[in-house]
Design a protein. Structure first.
Length: 241
């Protein structure tokens, strides 16, 4: 399998909890390319009081990384988005056009608190849908309210939210409960796409193991759709859950 599109990674150095150096960013991207990723989108955190990144600075840092990496071999196509923590600050950024969607502007990655589903989330999703931006939900299997059952997501799924599997959850990297939840959600058909969520080059072997586990659980055809066809559809604005 090849031609994958990674919609969630942290290879821009020094902006969040991802890589710290340019060399590590290049190594991470090269490692993903070796696994079959043709395109890798950086999604640095935008999270109040933790990673106070803003669009203009992230765009400048991405451009610098891409320029400095231009001569490297074995690199995938690079892109930029952001992982937006769902809070009041995010909604303000979105309404002012200061959020950072995926390339093409058709979708945007959101992250929830680890232990709760925000009460205002449906309203936030509605506002995104009105503006033609599809919400993509990062790693739902890692939120404790969803460890045992997925029903808390049902209304959001009906509103068009696209859940994104963190492939390393299938390896147990985040513990037993996220692994079990990811396997259950795969069986339920919850996920629209899968990603790496790589933060450092050392994550790449776990991503490879996750891809193999995904193939075991859903078969090669469905794994290819989750890793390649569906992420491309998200970027084109053509996702159909």
């Amino acid at each position: 399998m090849s031609g994958f599109v990674d919609l969630h990674s942290h290879y821009i150095p020094g902006v969040d909890d991802g890589v710290r150096s340019h060399a590590d960013g290049v190594a991470l991207c090269q490692g993903l390319a070796a696994l079959g990723y043709a395109q890798v989108v950086a999604t640095p955190h935008i999270r109040t009081a933790m990673f106070d990144n803003r669009r203009g600075d992230l765009e400048a840092r991405f451009a610098r990384f891409a320029d400095q990496s231009a001569g490297e071999t074995g690199m995938p196509e690079l892109g930029l988005g952001a992982e937006h923590f769902c809070d009041d600050v995010f909604i303000g950024l979105f309404e002012r056009g200061e959020a950072l969607p995926y390339p093409g502007g058709k979708a945007l990655l959101i992250e929830l608190p680890s232990d709760s589903i925000p009460l205002a989330l449906e309203q936030q999703v509605f506002k995104m849908n009105v503006r033609g931006v599809r919400p993509v939900l990062a790693h739902p299997e890692r939120y404790s309210p969803l460890f045992r059952r997925t029903h808390a997501l049902d209304r959001l799924l009906n509103m068009g939210v696209l859940p994104l599997l963190d492939i390393m959850s299938l390896t147990g990297k985040y513990g037993r409960w996220p692994r079990r939840a990811s396997e259950r959600m795969l069986e339920e058909g919850v996920y629209y796409a899968a990603c790496s969520d790589c933060h450092k080059p050392e994550d790449v072997p776990s991503v490879g193991a996750g891809i193999e586990r995904l193939r075991e659980l859903v078969g090669q055809e469905e794994a290819q759709a989750l890793l390649g066809e569906h992420p491309r559809a998200i970027l084109r604005g053509e996702a159909e859950p």
